[in-house]
Design a protein around this ligand. Structure first.
Ligand code: HEM
Ligand code: HEM
Length: 191
């Protein structure tokens, strides 16, 4: 057990968080609002597809890093139900991010977007991607993921400002105290 997550895991947490935030709040919605006949749309779509697939690769790397590195013990919110909820919410974050990437890929395959965006097929974009169930799913999963991220930030704020256990420090860079027999608590970061 350690007092902080591994620096690679910390770096990947913040890079992936920023990339997802950008895709959810800026890139994706901007793209969805554009007319498919707009010549600019293809450029935006190509960028979003590369961005989204990069998130997919980074989240896999993050998951691998998570399994092979020493972690702090589970944070204690002082309540069993809340602790279970936090664990479930973390896995649900991974699951929804994966679902975002997979639904995007299925939509792209269904609508032949790879040939259009990267293969220079010259084909016009379909008039409305909503004819594909994967497109509708991509939008719905985006809403669910946004809600879960808000809950995640709420959980962090609860630890940070109510419990005052310095949870943020676990997901930031710094000296990692390693202990083999006693599990470290977030309070240990104060020392
Ligand atoms: C798109 C945004 C975000 C995503 C997808 C995300 C995802 C995750 C995941 C999956 C974990 C679990 C760590 C693991 O076991 O692998 C985690 C932990 C954590 N996140 Fe985020 N996060 C996001 C944004 C944020 C923000 C904005 C904050 C703070 C303001 C934050 C603070 C933390 C902290 C402090 C932990 C460590 C919790 C612990 O030690 O148990 N995250 N995040
Ligand atoms: C974590 C990764 C991703 C996030 C957070 C994300 C987010 C979004 C969001 C929020 C939208 C707008 C949805 C709406 O308003 O209904 C969108 C649209 C879109 N996404 Fe993604 N996306 C991701 C990955 C991907 C991938 C991997 C692909 C394809 C390879 C993709 C292809 C598209 C396309 C083509 C649209 C536009 C659909 C339209 O114009 O109707 N996305 N994305």
């Amino acid at each position: 057990m350690t007092t902080r997550y591994h620096p690679v895991l910390v770096a990947l947490h913040w890079i992936v968080a920023l990339m997802i935030f950008m895709a959810l709040v800026v890139g994706g919605p901007m793209l969805a609002e554009m007319d498919n006949a707009d010549p600019e749309k293809l450029t935006g779509m190509t960028g979003h597809m590369i961005w989204g697939m990069t998130v997919g690769v980074l989240i896999i790397l993050r998951l691998i890093t998570r399994f092979v590195t020493n972690k702090p013990r589970k944070a204690d919110a002082g309540n069993t139900a809340l602790n279970t909820l936090a664990g479930l919410a973390h896995w649900a974050l991974y699951l929804l991010i994966a679902a975002m990437v997979v639904s995007g890929l299925i939509m792209a395959i269904n609508a032949d977007l790879f040939a259009i965006a990267f293969g220079g097929s010259g084909q016009a974009l379909p008039t409305d991607l909503m004819i594909y169930p994967a497109r509708a799913a991509h939008g719905m999963i985006a809403t669910l993921l946004s809600a879960l991220i808000l809950l995640h930030i709420g959980g962090w704020a609860f630890h940070q400002f109510i419990l005052k256990d310095r949870l943020f420090g676990r997901m930031w860079f710094g000296k990692r105290k390693v202990s083999s027999e006693t599990e470290e608590t977030p309070q240990a970061l104060k020392a």
